[in-house]
Design a protein around this ligand. Structure first.
Ligand code: HEC
Ligand code: HEC
Ligand code: HEC
Ligand code: HEC
Ligand code: HEC
Ligand code: HEC
Ligand code: HEC
Length: 261
Protein backbone atom coordinates (compact mmCIF):
# COMPACT_ATOMS: atom_id res chain seq x y z
CA UNK A 1 0.00 0.00 0.00
CA UNK A 2 1.33 3.31 -1.02
CA UNK A 3 1.74 5.70 1.85
CA UNK A 4 4.75 7.80 1.11
CA UNK A 5 6.66 9.22 4.04
CA UNK A 6 6.10 12.90 3.88
CA UNK A 7 9.40 14.61 3.45
CA UNK A 8 8.39 17.71 1.64
CA UNK A 9 10.30 20.86 2.03
CA UNK A 10 8.83 23.98 0.68
CA UNK A 11 10.67 26.17 -1.70
CA UNK A 12 9.26 29.53 -2.21
CA UNK A 13 8.85 31.64 -5.26
CA UNK A 14 8.35 35.28 -4.52
CA UNK A 15 5.27 37.32 -4.23
CA UNK A 16 5.00 39.87 -6.99
CA UNK A 17 2.76 42.82 -6.21
CA UNK A 18 -0.08 40.76 -4.93
CA UNK A 19 -0.04 38.53 -7.98
CA UNK A 20 -0.17 34.76 -7.72
CA UNK A 21 2.27 33.19 -5.35
CA UNK A 22 3.59 29.98 -6.67
CA UNK A 23 4.57 27.55 -4.02
CA UNK A 24 6.67 24.68 -5.14
CA UNK A 25 6.74 21.69 -2.91
CA UNK A 26 9.66 19.53 -3.73
CA UNK A 27 10.69 16.33 -2.08
CA UNK A 28 12.39 13.16 -3.11
CA UNK A 29 9.56 12.11 -5.39
CA UNK A 30 7.20 14.97 -6.03
CA UNK A 31 7.42 18.40 -7.51
CA UNK A 32 4.29 20.35 -7.23
CA UNK A 33 3.36 23.74 -8.44
CA UNK A 34 0.55 25.24 -6.50
CA UNK A 35 -1.47 28.36 -6.61
CA UNK A 36 -1.85 30.54 -3.53
CA UNK A 37 -4.28 30.00 -0.70
CA UNK A 38 -7.66 31.61 -1.04
CA UNK A 39 -7.47 35.36 -0.81
CA UNK A 40 -9.21 37.15 2.01
CA UNK A 41 -9.01 40.86 1.39
CA UNK A 42 -7.00 42.75 3.97
CA UNK A 43 -6.20 39.68 6.05
CA UNK A 44 -2.74 38.56 7.10
CA UNK A 45 -1.41 35.21 8.12
CA UNK A 46 -1.43 34.46 11.82
CA UNK A 47 -0.10 30.90 11.88
CA UNK A 48 -1.39 27.62 13.14
CA UNK A 49 -0.71 28.28 16.82
CA UNK A 50 -3.20 31.13 16.77
CA UNK A 51 -5.91 29.00 15.19
CA UNK A 52 -5.22 26.38 17.82
CA UNK A 53 -6.22 28.79 20.58
CA UNK A 54 -9.87 28.45 19.64
CA UNK A 55 -9.91 25.32 17.47
CA UNK A 56 -8.19 22.89 19.73
CA UNK A 57 -9.50 19.71 18.22
CA UNK A 58 -8.61 20.12 14.57
CA UNK A 59 -5.27 21.60 15.55
CA UNK A 60 -4.28 18.67 17.74
CA UNK A 61 -4.48 15.82 15.26
CA UNK A 62 -3.56 17.99 12.34
CA UNK A 63 -0.01 18.65 13.57
CA UNK A 64 1.04 15.21 12.44
CA UNK A 65 -0.25 15.39 8.90
CA UNK A 66 1.48 16.33 5.70
CA UNK A 67 -0.71 19.35 5.19
CA UNK A 68 0.56 20.81 8.48
CA UNK A 69 3.97 21.17 6.89
CA UNK A 70 2.81 23.42 4.14
CA UNK A 71 4.35 26.81 4.65
CA UNK A 72 3.11 30.00 3.17
CA UNK A 73 5.83 32.30 1.97
CA UNK A 74 6.40 35.84 3.10
CA UNK A 75 9.13 38.22 2.08
CA UNK A 76 12.57 36.73 1.72
CA UNK A 77 12.67 33.41 3.46
CA UNK A 78 10.23 34.40 6.16
CA UNK A 79 7.36 32.02 6.63
CA UNK A 80 4.13 33.87 7.14
CA UNK A 81 1.58 31.22 7.69
CA UNK A 82 1.31 27.54 8.02
CA UNK A 83 -1.01 24.68 7.47
CA UNK A 84 -4.52 25.78 8.30
CA UNK A 85 -4.35 28.91 6.24
CA UNK A 86 -3.30 27.04 3.10
CA UNK A 87 -6.90 25.88 2.82
CA UNK A 88 -8.78 28.45 4.87
CA UNK A 89 -6.98 31.63 3.80
CA UNK A 90 -5.23 34.21 5.94
CA UNK A 91 -6.90 34.43 9.33
CA UNK A 92 -6.14 37.79 10.97
CA UNK A 93 -9.55 39.37 10.35
CA UNK A 94 -11.31 36.22 11.45
CA UNK A 95 -9.32 36.25 14.69
CA UNK A 96 -9.87 39.95 15.34
CA UNK A 97 -13.59 39.44 14.90
CA UNK A 98 -13.45 36.72 17.54
CA UNK A 99 -14.14 34.05 14.94
CA UNK A 100 -17.50 32.89 13.71
CA UNK A 101 -19.11 31.16 10.76
CA UNK A 102 -18.66 32.89 7.41
CA UNK A 103 -16.54 35.49 9.16
CA UNK A 104 -13.48 36.31 7.07
CA UNK A 105 -12.58 32.68 6.60
CA UNK A 106 -12.97 30.21 3.74
CA UNK A 107 -14.91 26.98 4.12
CA UNK A 108 -13.35 24.69 1.52
CA UNK A 109 -15.85 21.94 2.25
CA UNK A 110 -18.25 23.46 -0.23
CA UNK A 111 -16.00 23.44 -3.25
CA UNK A 112 -13.37 20.94 -4.37
CA UNK A 113 -11.48 23.76 -6.11
CA UNK A 114 -9.96 24.49 -2.70
CA UNK A 115 -8.23 21.12 -2.94
CA UNK A 116 -7.60 21.21 -6.67
CA UNK A 117 -5.51 24.34 -6.38
CA UNK A 118 -2.72 22.03 -5.22
CA UNK A 119 -3.93 18.65 -6.43
CA UNK A 120 -4.05 19.16 -10.13
CA UNK A 121 -3.45 15.51 -11.00
CA UNK A 122 -6.41 14.56 -8.86
CA UNK A 123 -8.54 17.05 -10.72
CA UNK A 124 -7.52 15.46 -14.00
CA UNK A 125 -8.69 12.07 -12.72
CA UNK A 126 -12.08 13.43 -11.71
CA UNK A 127 -12.46 14.77 -15.23
CA UNK A 128 -12.07 11.36 -16.84
CA UNK A 129 -15.09 9.73 -18.40
CA UNK A 130 -15.77 7.48 -15.40
CA UNK A 131 -15.49 9.16 -12.04
CA UNK A 132 -16.93 9.70 -8.62
CA UNK A 133 -19.30 12.65 -9.03
CA UNK A 134 -17.37 15.19 -6.94
CA UNK A 135 -17.05 17.94 -9.54
CA UNK A 136 -20.75 17.45 -10.25
CA UNK A 137 -21.38 18.26 -6.58
CA UNK A 138 -23.01 14.93 -5.72
CA UNK A 139 -20.12 13.95 -3.44
CA UNK A 140 -17.30 15.66 -1.64
CA UNK A 141 -13.61 14.87 -1.14
CA UNK A 142 -14.55 14.76 2.53
CA UNK A 143 -16.68 11.64 2.01
CA UNK A 144 -13.38 9.79 1.80
CA UNK A 145 -10.81 12.18 3.25
CA UNK A 146 -10.61 13.90 6.60
CA UNK A 147 -8.76 17.17 6.13
CA UNK A 148 -7.90 17.52 9.83
CA UNK A 149 -7.58 13.93 10.94
CA UNK A 150 -4.32 12.44 12.01
CA UNK A 151 -4.58 10.52 8.79
CA UNK A 152 -6.30 12.12 5.87
CA UNK A 153 -7.92 8.86 4.86
CA UNK A 154 -11.33 8.29 6.37
CA UNK A 155 -12.50 6.95 8.68
CA UNK A 156 -9.20 6.71 10.50
CA UNK A 157 -6.58 5.57 8.15
CA UNK A 158 -5.71 4.23 4.77
CA UNK A 159 -4.93 0.83 6.18
CA UNK A 160 -6.83 -1.52 4.05
CA UNK A 161 -9.66 -2.57 6.32
CA UNK A 162 -10.42 1.05 7.01
CA UNK A 163 -10.13 2.07 3.42
CA UNK A 164 -12.70 -0.54 2.52
CA UNK A 165 -14.89 0.72 5.33
CA UNK A 166 -14.95 4.09 3.68
CA UNK A 167 -16.28 2.50 0.51
CA UNK A 168 -18.68 0.35 2.52
CA UNK A 169 -20.65 3.43 3.57
CA UNK A 170 -22.02 3.67 0.05
CA UNK A 171 -21.22 0.31 -1.59
CA UNK A 172 -22.53 -2.20 0.87
CA UNK A 173 -22.94 -5.05 -1.57
CA UNK A 174 -19.32 -5.06 -2.73
CA UNK A 175 -17.67 -4.40 0.61
CA UNK A 176 -19.76 -6.68 2.84
CA UNK A 177 -18.37 -10.00 4.08
CA UNK A 178 -19.05 -12.99 1.84
CA UNK A 179 -19.05 -16.71 2.56
CA UNK A 180 -16.35 -17.16 -0.06
CA UNK A 181 -14.15 -14.12 0.17
CA UNK A 182 -12.01 -12.91 -2.67
CA UNK A 183 -8.72 -12.38 -0.91
CA UNK A 184 -7.88 -9.52 -3.28
CA UNK A 185 -10.24 -7.30 -1.30
CA UNK A 186 -8.04 -7.64 1.74
CA UNK A 187 -5.51 -5.58 -0.12
CA UNK A 188 -8.08 -2.88 -0.70
CA UNK A 189 -10.63 -1.81 -3.26
CA UNK A 190 -7.90 0.24 -4.87
CA UNK A 191 -6.17 -2.92 -6.09
CA UNK A 192 -8.71 -2.83 -8.91
CA UNK A 193 -10.39 0.58 -8.81
CA UNK A 194 -9.11 4.12 -8.94
CA UNK A 195 -11.12 5.92 -6.28
CA UNK A 196 -11.08 9.22 -8.19
CA UNK A 197 -11.63 8.39 -11.82
CA UNK A 198 -10.59 6.22 -14.73
CA UNK A 199 -10.81 5.88 -18.48
CA UNK A 200 -12.30 2.44 -17.88
CA UNK A 201 -15.87 1.64 -16.93
CA UNK A 202 -16.56 1.09 -13.23
CA UNK A 203 -13.39 2.98 -12.36
CA UNK A 204 -11.32 -0.10 -13.16
CA UNK A 205 -7.54 0.21 -13.35
CA UNK A 206 -7.47 -2.10 -16.40
CA UNK A 207 -10.24 -2.85 -18.83
CA UNK A 208 -9.16 -6.42 -19.57
CA UNK A 209 -7.78 -9.58 -17.98
CA UNK A 210 -4.59 -7.83 -16.96
CA UNK A 211 -6.60 -6.57 -14.00
CA UNK A 212 -6.65 -10.13 -12.67
CA UNK A 213 -3.44 -11.51 -14.09
CA UNK A 214 -1.26 -9.15 -12.10
CA UNK A 215 -2.00 -11.32 -9.06
CA UNK A 216 -2.95 -14.62 -10.66
CA UNK A 217 0.24 -15.92 -12.18
CA UNK A 218 -0.16 -17.43 -15.53
CA UNK A 219 1.81 -20.53 -16.41
CA UNK A 220 1.61 -20.58 -20.13
CA UNK A 221 3.17 -23.07 -22.45
CA UNK A 222 3.14 -21.67 -25.98
CA UNK A 223 -0.47 -21.13 -27.01
CA UNK A 224 -1.98 -22.12 -23.68
CA UNK A 225 -3.05 -20.22 -20.59
CA UNK A 226 -3.21 -21.83 -17.19
CA UNK A 227 -4.51 -19.98 -14.16
CA UNK A 228 -4.67 -21.71 -10.82
CA UNK A 229 -4.79 -25.39 -11.68
CA UNK A 230 -7.07 -25.02 -14.67
CA UNK A 231 -6.46 -24.55 -18.32
CA UNK A 232 -8.04 -21.26 -19.30
CA UNK A 233 -6.89 -21.31 -22.90
CA UNK A 234 -10.37 -21.42 -24.41
CA UNK A 235 -11.94 -19.28 -21.71
CA UNK A 236 -9.82 -16.19 -21.85
CA UNK A 237 -10.87 -15.78 -25.47
CA UNK A 238 -14.52 -15.46 -24.46
CA UNK A 239 -14.13 -12.13 -22.69
CA UNK A 240 -12.84 -10.79 -19.42
CA UNK A 241 -12.53 -13.03 -16.37
CA UNK A 242 -15.60 -11.34 -14.89
CA UNK A 243 -17.72 -10.67 -17.95
CA UNK A 244 -17.43 -13.98 -19.79
CA UNK A 245 -19.89 -15.64 -17.42
CA UNK A 246 -17.22 -17.13 -15.18
CA UNK A 247 -16.05 -15.14 -12.15
CA UNK A 248 -18.98 -12.78 -12.11
CA UNK A 249 -18.95 -12.50 -8.30
CA UNK A 250 -15.60 -10.79 -8.31
CA UNK A 251 -16.12 -9.16 -4.89
CA UNK A 252 -16.93 -12.48 -3.22
CA UNK A 253 -19.63 -15.11 -3.47
CA UNK A 254 -22.04 -16.67 -1.02
CA UNK A 255 -22.43 -19.86 -3.02
CA UNK A 256 -19.32 -20.67 -4.98
CA UNK A 257 -15.64 -20.74 -4.04
CA UNK A 258 -14.64 -19.87 -7.58
CA UNK A 259 -16.47 -16.56 -7.30
CA UNK A 260 -19.63 -17.18 -9.25
CA UNK A 261 -23.19 -16.25 -8.54
C1 HEC B 1 -10.67 33.88 18.92
C2 HEC B 1 -11.04 32.53 18.63
C3 HEC B 1 -10.76 32.04 17.20
C4 HEC B 1 -9.56 31.99 16.55
C5 HEC B 1 -8.19 32.46 17.07
C6 HEC B 1 -9.82 31.35 15.29
N1 HEC B 1 -11.15 31.04 15.18
FE1 HEC B 1 -12.06 30.10 13.65
N2 HEC B 1 -13.85 30.27 14.54
C7 HEC B 1 -14.06 30.75 15.82
C8 HEC B 1 -15.46 30.64 16.17
C9 HEC B 1 -16.09 31.03 17.49
C10 HEC B 1 -16.09 30.07 15.03
C11 HEC B 1 -17.57 29.72 14.88
C12 HEC B 1 -17.73 28.30 15.33
C13 HEC B 1 -19.14 27.80 15.26
O1 HEC B 1 -20.04 28.57 15.04
O2 HEC B 1 -19.29 26.59 15.47
C14 HEC B 1 -15.06 29.85 14.05
C15 HEC B 1 -15.28 29.25 12.80
C16 HEC B 1 -14.26 28.87 11.95
C17 HEC B 1 -14.48 28.17 10.72
C18 HEC B 1 -15.81 27.73 10.12
C19 HEC B 1 -16.21 28.80 9.12
C20 HEC B 1 -17.52 28.56 8.43
O3 HEC B 1 -17.86 29.43 7.60
O4 HEC B 1 -18.19 27.56 8.70
C21 HEC B 1 -13.26 27.95 10.16
C22 HEC B 1 -12.94 27.25 8.85
C23 HEC B 1 -12.29 28.53 11.05
N3 HEC B 1 -12.93 29.08 12.13
C24 HEC B 1 -10.92 28.50 10.83
C25 HEC B 1 -10.00 29.18 11.60
C26 HEC B 1 -8.60 29.28 11.26
C27 HEC B 1 -7.96 28.67 10.03
C28 HEC B 1 -8.00 30.03 12.23
C29 HEC B 1 -6.57 30.47 12.29
C30 HEC B 1 -6.17 31.30 11.17
C31 HEC B 1 -9.05 30.38 13.20
N4 HEC B 1 -10.23 29.86 12.76
C32 HEC B 1 -8.84 31.10 14.34
C33 HEC B 1 -13.08 31.26 16.65
C34 HEC B 1 -11.76 31.44 16.34
C1 HEC C 1 -6.36 20.35 3.51
C2 HEC C 1 -7.14 21.54 3.68
C3 HEC C 1 -7.42 21.97 5.11
C4 HEC C 1 -6.50 22.31 6.06
C5 HEC C 1 -5.00 22.38 5.89
C6 HEC C 1 -7.25 22.66 7.24
N1 HEC C 1 -8.58 22.54 7.01
FE1 HEC C 1 -10.09 23.10 8.26
N2 HEC C 1 -11.46 22.45 6.91
C7 HEC C 1 -11.16 21.93 5.67
C8 HEC C 1 -12.37 21.50 5.03
C9 HEC C 1 -12.46 20.86 3.67
C10 HEC C 1 -13.42 21.79 5.92
C11 HEC C 1 -14.90 21.49 5.73
C12 HEC C 1 -15.12 20.11 6.30
C13 HEC C 1 -16.40 19.50 5.85
O1 HEC C 1 -17.16 20.13 5.14
O2 HEC C 1 -16.61 18.33 6.24
C14 HEC C 1 -12.82 22.41 7.09
C15 HEC C 1 -13.55 22.87 8.19
C16 HEC C 1 -12.96 23.54 9.28
C17 HEC C 1 -13.67 24.10 10.39
C18 HEC C 1 -15.17 24.12 10.55
C19 HEC C 1 -15.56 22.86 11.22
C20 HEC C 1 -17.01 22.67 11.30
O3 HEC C 1 -17.40 21.86 12.13
O4 HEC C 1 -17.74 23.27 10.50
C21 HEC C 1 -12.75 24.60 11.28
C22 HEC C 1 -13.02 25.28 12.60
C23 HEC C 1 -11.45 24.33 10.70
N3 HEC C 1 -11.61 23.70 9.48
C24 HEC C 1 -10.25 24.68 11.29
C25 HEC C 1 -9.00 24.33 10.83
C26 HEC C 1 -7.78 24.52 11.57
C27 HEC C 1 -7.68 25.13 12.93
C28 HEC C 1 -6.77 24.04 10.78
C29 HEC C 1 -5.31 23.94 11.12
C30 HEC C 1 -5.00 23.29 12.38
C31 HEC C 1 -7.37 23.57 9.53
N4 HEC C 1 -8.72 23.74 9.62
C32 HEC C 1 -6.67 23.05 8.46
C33 HEC C 1 -9.91 21.85 5.09
C34 HEC C 1 -8.72 22.11 5.71
C1 HEC D 1 -1.73 24.42 -0.29
C2 HEC D 1 -1.70 23.19 -1.02
C3 HEC D 1 -2.66 22.09 -0.68
C4 HEC D 1 -4.03 22.18 -0.53
C5 HEC D 1 -4.92 23.42 -0.62
C6 HEC D 1 -4.50 20.82 -0.31
N1 HEC D 1 -3.43 19.95 -0.33
FE1 HEC D 1 -3.54 17.95 -0.06
N2 HEC D 1 -1.49 17.81 -0.13
C7 HEC D 1 -0.65 18.89 -0.37
C8 HEC D 1 0.72 18.41 -0.29
C9 HEC D 1 1.96 19.28 -0.49
C10 HEC D 1 0.65 17.03 0.00
C11 HEC D 1 1.78 16.05 0.23
C12 HEC D 1 2.67 15.85 -0.93
C13 HEC D 1 2.14 14.87 -1.89
O1 HEC D 1 1.52 13.86 -1.49
O2 HEC D 1 2.37 15.06 -3.09
C14 HEC D 1 -0.76 16.69 0.08
C15 HEC D 1 -1.23 15.41 0.31
C16 HEC D 1 -2.58 15.05 0.26
C17 HEC D 1 -3.08 13.70 0.35
C18 HEC D 1 -2.24 12.45 0.41
C19 HEC D 1 -1.76 12.17 1.76
C20 HEC D 1 -0.90 10.93 1.81
O3 HEC D 1 -0.56 10.58 2.93
O4 HEC D 1 -0.60 10.33 0.77
C21 HEC D 1 -4.44 13.77 0.30
C22 HEC D 1 -5.41 12.62 0.37
C23 HEC D 1 -4.79 15.17 0.18
N3 HEC D 1 -3.64 15.92 0.15
C24 HEC D 1 -6.08 15.64 0.09
C25 HEC D 1 -6.43 16.99 0.07
C26 HEC D 1 -7.79 17.48 0.16
C27 HEC D 1 -9.02 16.61 0.26
C28 HEC D 1 -7.72 18.84 0.10
C29 HEC D 1 -8.87 19.84 0.19
C30 HEC D 1 -9.67 19.77 1.40
C31 HEC D 1 -6.30 19.20 -0.01
N4 HEC D 1 -5.56 18.05 -0.03
C32 HEC D 1 -5.83 20.49 -0.11
C33 HEC D 1 -1.02 20.17 -0.62
C34 HEC D 1 -2.31 20.68 -0.54
C1 HEC E 1 -14.51 7.65 -3.16
C2 HEC E 1 -13.53 8.04 -2.18
C3 HEC E 1 -12.63 9.20 -2.51
C4 HEC E 1 -12.99 10.47 -2.89
C5 HEC E 1 -14.39 11.02 -3.13
C6 HEC E 1 -11.77 11.21 -2.99
N1 HEC E 1 -10.71 10.41 -2.70
FE1 HEC E 1 -8.75 10.93 -2.76
N2 HEC E 1 -8.20 9.00 -2.33
C7 HEC E 1 -9.08 7.98 -2.02
C8 HEC E 1 -8.33 6.77 -1.73
C9 HEC E 1 -8.92 5.42 -1.34
C10 HEC E 1 -6.96 7.10 -1.90
C11 HEC E 1 -5.76 6.15 -1.74
C12 HEC E 1 -5.42 5.64 -3.11
C13 HEC E 1 -4.47 4.49 -3.10
O1 HEC E 1 -4.17 3.96 -2.06
O2 HEC E 1 -4.06 4.12 -4.22
C14 HEC E 1 -6.92 8.51 -2.25
C15 HEC E 1 -5.75 9.22 -2.48
C16 HEC E 1 -5.68 10.60 -2.67
C17 HEC E 1 -4.47 11.37 -2.81
C18 HEC E 1 -3.06 10.82 -2.73
C19 HEC E 1 -2.49 10.68 -4.11
C20 HEC E 1 -3.17 9.59 -4.89
O3 HEC E 1 -3.83 9.92 -5.90
O4 HEC E 1 -3.07 8.41 -4.49
C21 HEC E 1 -4.84 12.68 -3.01
C22 HEC E 1 -3.92 13.87 -3.24
C23 HEC E 1 -6.29 12.73 -2.99
N3 HEC E 1 -6.77 11.46 -2.77
C24 HEC E 1 -7.03 13.89 -3.12
C25 HEC E 1 -8.42 13.92 -3.25
C26 HEC E 1 -9.19 15.12 -3.53
C27 HEC E 1 -8.59 16.50 -3.71
C28 HEC E 1 -10.50 14.75 -3.59
C29 HEC E 1 -11.70 15.62 -3.92
C30 HEC E 1 -11.61 16.42 -5.13
C31 HEC E 1 -10.55 13.32 -3.34
N4 HEC E 1 -9.28 12.86 -3.15
C32 HEC E 1 -11.72 12.56 -3.31
C33 HEC E 1 -10.45 8.06 -1.99
C34 HEC E 1 -11.18 9.17 -2.39
C1 HEC F 1 -20.38 8.94 -0.15
C2 HEC F 1 -20.70 7.79 -0.97
C3 HEC F 1 -19.59 7.05 -1.69
C4 HEC F 1 -18.43 6.57 -1.16
C5 HEC F 1 -17.88 6.73 0.25
C6 HEC F 1 -17.81 5.81 -2.21
N1 HEC F 1 -18.57 5.84 -3.34
FE1 HEC F 1 -18.25 4.87 -5.09
N2 HEC F 1 -19.84 5.77 -5.93
C7 HEC F 1 -20.67 6.66 -5.30
C8 HEC F 1 -21.55 7.27 -6.27
C9 HEC F 1 -22.61 8.32 -5.99
C10 HEC F 1 -21.22 6.70 -7.52
C11 HEC F 1 -21.80 7.01 -8.89
C12 HEC F 1 -22.97 6.18 -9.12
C13 HEC F 1 -23.67 6.63 -10.35
O1 HEC F 1 -23.22 7.54 -11.01
O2 HEC F 1 -24.68 6.02 -10.62
C14 HEC F 1 -20.15 5.74 -7.26
C15 HEC F 1 -19.60 4.92 -8.23
C16 HEC F 1 -18.61 3.97 -7.99
C17 HEC F 1 -18.13 2.99 -8.93
C18 HEC F 1 -18.63 2.81 -10.35
C19 HEC F 1 -19.92 2.05 -10.32
C20 HEC F 1 -20.54 1.87 -11.67
O3 HEC F 1 -21.55 1.14 -11.70
O4 HEC F 1 -20.06 2.42 -12.66
C21 HEC F 1 -17.15 2.26 -8.30
C22 HEC F 1 -16.36 1.10 -8.88
C23 HEC F 1 -17.01 2.80 -6.98
N3 HEC F 1 -17.92 3.83 -6.81
C24 HEC F 1 -16.07 2.37 -6.05
C25 HEC F 1 -15.85 2.99 -4.83
C26 HEC F 1 -14.71 2.71 -3.97
C27 HEC F 1 -13.62 1.72 -4.29
C28 HEC F 1 -14.86 3.50 -2.86
C29 HEC F 1 -13.92 3.61 -1.67
C30 HEC F 1 -12.56 4.04 -1.99
C31 HEC F 1 -16.09 4.26 -3.02
N4 HEC F 1 -16.63 3.95 -4.24
C32 HEC F 1 -16.61 5.15 -2.07
C33 HEC F 1 -20.68 6.94 -3.95
C34 HEC F 1 -19.68 6.61 -3.07
C1 HEC G 1 -10.15 -8.02 -7.78
C2 HEC G 1 -10.52 -6.75 -8.31
C3 HEC G 1 -11.55 -5.95 -7.58
C4 HEC G 1 -11.49 -5.51 -6.27
C5 HEC G 1 -10.41 -5.74 -5.26
C6 HEC G 1 -12.68 -4.72 -6.07
N1 HEC G 1 -13.42 -4.67 -7.22
FE1 HEC G 1 -15.15 -3.64 -7.53
N2 HEC G 1 -15.26 -4.38 -9.42
C7 HEC G 1 -14.32 -5.19 -10.02
C8 HEC G 1 -14.75 -5.52 -11.35
C9 HEC G 1 -14.02 -6.40 -12.34
C10 HEC G 1 -16.00 -4.87 -11.55
C11 HEC G 1 -16.89 -4.90 -12.80
C12 HEC G 1 -17.89 -6.00 -12.62
C13 HEC G 1 -18.81 -6.09 -13.78
O1 HEC G 1 -18.75 -5.26 -14.68
O2 HEC G 1 -19.61 -7.03 -13.75
C14 HEC G 1 -16.28 -4.15 -10.31
C15 HEC G 1 -17.43 -3.38 -10.10
C16 HEC G 1 -17.67 -2.63 -8.96
C17 HEC G 1 -18.81 -1.76 -8.75
C18 HEC G 1 -19.94 -1.51 -9.73
C19 HEC G 1 -21.12 -2.42 -9.39
C20 HEC G 1 -20.87 -3.82 -9.82
O3 HEC G 1 -20.81 -4.71 -8.94
O4 HEC G 1 -20.68 -4.05 -11.01
C21 HEC G 1 -18.69 -1.22 -7.51
C22 HEC G 1 -19.64 -0.26 -6.84
C23 HEC G 1 -17.46 -1.75 -6.93
N3 HEC G 1 -16.87 -2.60 -7.83
C24 HEC G 1 -17.00 -1.43 -5.67
C25 HEC G 1 -15.91 -2.05 -5.06
C26 HEC G 1 -15.56 -1.86 -3.67
C27 HEC G 1 -16.29 -0.97 -2.71
C28 HEC G 1 -14.45 -2.62 -3.44
C29 HEC G 1 -13.73 -2.84 -2.13
C30 HEC G 1 -14.55 -3.33 -1.04
C31 HEC G 1 -14.10 -3.28 -4.69
N4 HEC G 1 -15.02 -2.92 -5.64
C32 HEC G 1 -13.01 -4.12 -4.87
C33 HEC G 1 -13.15 -5.63 -9.46
C34 HEC G 1 -12.75 -5.42 -8.16
C1 HEC H 1 -4.52 -8.02 -5.44
C2 HEC H 1 -4.35 -9.36 -5.99
C3 HEC H 1 -5.51 -9.98 -6.72
C4 HEC H 1 -6.19 -9.48 -7.81
C5 HEC H 1 -5.95 -8.16 -8.53
C6 HEC H 1 -7.14 -10.47 -8.18
N1 HEC H 1 -7.08 -11.53 -7.33
FE1 HEC H 1 -8.25 -13.17 -7.38
N2 HEC H 1 -7.37 -13.89 -5.68
C7 HEC H 1 -6.30 -13.28 -5.05
C8 HEC H 1 -5.89 -14.13 -3.94
C9 HEC H 1 -4.74 -13.83 -2.98
C10 HEC H 1 -6.75 -15.25 -3.95
C11 HEC H 1 -6.72 -16.46 -2.98
C12 HEC H 1 -5.57 -17.37 -3.33
C13 HEC H 1 -5.81 -18.05 -4.60
O1 HEC H 1 -6.78 -18.80 -4.70
O2 HEC H 1 -5.04 -17.82 -5.56
C14 HEC H 1 -7.65 -15.08 -5.06
C15 HEC H 1 -8.62 -15.98 -5.42
C16 HEC H 1 -9.39 -15.90 -6.56
C17 HEC H 1 -10.35 -16.88 -7.00
C18 HEC H 1 -10.70 -18.16 -6.25
C19 HEC H 1 -9.73 -19.21 -6.62
C20 HEC H 1 -10.44 -20.53 -6.78
O3 HEC H 1 -10.15 -21.43 -6.02
O4 HEC H 1 -11.28 -20.60 -7.68
C21 HEC H 1 -10.88 -16.46 -8.17
C22 HEC H 1 -11.90 -17.19 -9.03
C23 HEC H 1 -10.27 -15.18 -8.47
N3 HEC H 1 -9.36 -14.86 -7.48
C24 HEC H 1 -10.57 -14.43 -9.57
C25 HEC H 1 -10.06 -13.16 -9.81
C26 HEC H 1 -10.51 -12.31 -10.88
C27 HEC H 1 -11.58 -12.66 -11.88
C28 HEC H 1 -9.77 -11.17 -10.80
C29 HEC H 1 -9.87 -9.94 -11.69
C30 HEC H 1 -11.15 -9.28 -11.72
C31 HEC H 1 -8.88 -11.30 -9.67
N4 HEC H 1 -9.08 -12.53 -9.10
C32 HEC H 1 -7.98 -10.35 -9.27
C33 HEC H 1 -5.72 -12.09 -5.38
C34 HEC H 1 -6.09 -11.28 -6.42
Amino acid sequence: MKHPKFKATVIIAGLVFGAAVIVIISCSTVERVMVPPPLIKGAEYVGMETCALCHEKPAKDFKHTGHARIQIPGEGLRVEGQGCEACHGAGSLHVEAGGGRSTFIVDPGRDPEACFQCHLETKALFRLQYNHPVIEGRMSCMDCHDPHGQDIFRPKGMFVARQNETCLQCHREQARPHVFEHEALREGCTMCHNPHGSINEKLLLERDNNLCLKCHAQLAAPGTVTIGDFSHTARVMQGTCWSAGCHTAVHGSDINAHLRY
